[in-house]
Write a protein that binds this ligand. Structure first.
Ligand code: AHM
Ligand code: MG
Length: 334
């Protein structure tokens, strides 16, 4: 029988390999994974635990928070603040950064997360997840919000955990994309897939079609052509999927290809998009690129964008290379 490789063993081996992750980053990733395991337990309790429904509060983005948004945020902070590997954290659920308190040693890393992605799916028992991204704090005393405003290309680790039929952790440290599945009986995450590849071509797109009338012309053109199927210019039929949890939609694309889009639209024209750059678009872009796919905002590579603020939003096109290139080209032609 082939040996099972746990996340711990995988990370230790990555650490031993020359030029790969330093010990503090390994520790950080283990702690994030442990926190995700706890969130997974809370999620799976459902109505049997006090985890469903609204928390009756609003986050900095003006969105109603669910109880699980707050629980997941607390779990991630409590798990990560004392280990000595972090200087500060930033979260979708917190307006400012969370600096590691003085009573704990400060490390050199910065952790960003969307603690519970796909909040609208919590109460209907559909896959949700946690997205995270790790940066190195720039040299200098103290830590500030400014330190977080680095392009996605500076990430040193990124990943997500999907809480679905299985709890799956998907990770990159810049050496391909690796998948770990939680073995609930053993309580450990086991490597189940290595070197994920996103096919260059696809017949599947993911977009919220109910926003169609608000889209910009290049998006309308791209989707119209897909919808015409084999009778149109694309000469092939397309399929559509939209879970409404980015983690689940991106996980499908990493598994079998596709294109995920959350474009700018006219509903809130002053916002670049719905999704957040630092803790949603950047980590997902890096995973997709590491698997051979592409990720742009319609004009440029998402990971090249230098953020101007912590909760900056961005338009997102990611997945199978040739489709992302096509819709990006439609933007430049428009
Ligand atoms: P959240 O982080 O508050 O859950 O919002 C992000 C989610 C993404 O997971 C998903 O792709 C998108 O919002 C769905 O938005 P919509 O309901 O507009 O289709
Ligand atoms: Mg989210």
């Amino acid at each position: 029988m082939p040996k099972k490789i746990s996340l711990t063993r995988y990370l230790v081996e990555q650490q031993r390999m020359e030029g790969h992750i330093p010990p503090e980053l390994r520790l950080l990733l283990e702690v994030v994974a442990r926190a995700c395991k706890r969130i997974s337990q809370a999620v799976s309790k459902g109505a049997l635990g006090d985890v469903m429904g609204s928390a009756e509060s609003e986050n900095v983005q003006g969105e109603m928070q669910k109880k699980l948004d707050i629980i997941a945020n607390e779990v991630l902070i409590e798990a990560n603040e004392w280990g000595g590997h972090l200087a500060a954290m930033a979260s979708e659920e917190m307006e400012g950064i969370y600096v590691v308190p003085n009573r704990y040693p400060q490390g050199e890393y910065l952790l960003m997360f969307d603690p519970l992605d796909g909040s609208s799916n919590i109460d209907v028992n559909v896959s949700i997840g946690t997205i995270f991204s790790v940066l190195v704090k720039p040299e200098g005393a103290g830590v500030s919000e400014q330190d977080f405003l680095q392009a996605g290309s500076k990430q040193v680790a990124a990943g997500y955990c999907v809480y679905g039929p299985q709890t799956t952790l998907v990770l990159t440290v810049g050496d391909g994309v690796t998948v770990f599945t939680l073995d609930r009986e053993q309580g450990s995450s086991i490597l189940t897939e290595e070197d994920l590849r996103v096919p260059d071509d696809t017949k599947e797109f993911a977009i919220n079609m109910s926003n169609q009338r608000h889209w910009a012309a290049p998006v309308t053109r791209y989707i119209n052509e897909c919808m015409q199927g084999r009778d149109g210019p694309r000469g092939k039929d397309f399929n559509m999927r939209w879970v409404g949890s980015m983690v689940a939609d991106v996980h499908r694309i990493l598994t079998r290809g596709g294109i995920f889009m959350y474009p700018w639209d006219k509903r809130e024209p002053e916002k670049a998009g719905k999704l957040r750059l630092l803790y949603e678009a950047n980590p997902m872009s890096w995973l997709i690129e590491q698997a051979g796919g592409s990720a742009t905002d319609g004009k440029q590579r998402i990971m090249d964008i230098t953020p101007a603020k912590l909760h900056e939003r961005v338009s997102v096109f990611m997945g199978s290379k040739n489709e992302v290139e096509r819709v990006t080209r439609y933007h430049s032609e428009a």
